[in-house]
Design a protein around this ligand. Structure first.
Ligand SMILES: C[S@@+](CC[C@H](N)C(=O)[O-])C[C@H]1O[C@@H](n2cnc3c(N)ncnc32)[C@H](O)[C@@H]1O
Length: 233
């Protein structure tokens, strides 16, 4: 590519990078499957390392980081329970960050999305474990009730906070972090988004979570907020 490219590690999050070119800096992760893209994201190679640009308009986890999120529930080597995997846009970057020694258990109830996840991700990334299941019924996942280091929830459902709590009770390590992407319109269209975020946050606080941060994701996602909590039941 033309012009100078620089790569700097993110100031807080291991295995997250800033790729700088054309007077811009763009979020990215190191590609665990060099040469292969997941959602037509741009690939940039520097010093024989390939980076995948991570679009905050396509991924709420990227939007949270770009907007100055202080802590995330995803780190190298972690076992992550991911609710609402979709076709794997964000799961793929989680897979890059946790690396070969981590695991991301990816729950999705749409068979159509699951097929894409299997074909595009699971076939090539050995740390992505697909779970075709309903996040409202965590006891039924076909995995051991082992302790997860982190949880990520993006299911655009009413009662998202309650669903997160029920999953945490079964799977999340004490002291582990959970992130939840709240979509105000999915929860209650009649209330102002701030009120919806407050009410969902209160459910988390009343059921074992210490809230560490709440961040609105505008302009990347309208009427969305990301909440980060520590599990201390
Ligand atoms: C906003 S999309 C996820 C996007 C994805 N997290 C990303 O960033 O690439 C929400 C996903 O949650 C799934 N979903 C919604 N309710 C669910 C439930 N109860 N159990 C499992 N998956 C669910 C939907 O099928 C959809 O694929």
């Amino acid at each position: 590519m033309e012009g100078e490219v620089k790569v700097r590690p993110h100031e807080r999050f291991p295995e997250v990078y800033w790729v700088e070119f054309d007077d811009e800096r763009r979020l990215s992760t190191r590609n665990l499957t060099p040469g292969r893209t997941v959602y037509d994201e741009r690939l940039i190679t520097l010093n024989a390392v390939e980076y995948r640009l991570w679009d905050p308009y396509r991924s709420k986890l990227a939007a949270f980081i770009v907007k100055g999120g202080k802590q995330i529930s995803v780190k190298p080597g972690y076992k992550i329970l991911y609710l609402g995997a979709g076709t794997g846009t964000t799961v793929s970057h989680v897979s890059d960050i946790i690396g070969e020694s981590g695991k991301v258990y990816s729950v999705e109830f749409s068979a159509r999305a699951m097929r894409v996840l299997l074909d595009n991700l699971c076939r090539y990334r050995r740390n992505v474990y697909p779970i075709l299941a309903d996040a409202r019924l965590p006891e039924r996942y076909p995995i051991p009730k082992s302790e997860m280091d982190g949880l990520y929830c993006d299911i655009a459902q009413p009662e998202q906070a309650r669903i997160l709590v029920e999953n945490s009770e079964v799977y999340l390590k004490r002291g582990g972090l959970a992130m939840i992407a709240l979509k105000a319109r999915s929860i209650d269209v009649t209330k102002p988004p701030s009120q919806v975020f407050e009410e969902e946050t209160r459910i988390l606080e009343g059921n074992g979570f210490k809230i560490l941060q709440t961040l609105k994701l505008e302009p990347y996602d309208k009427d969305h907020a990301m909440v980060v909590g520590e599990w201390n039941p």
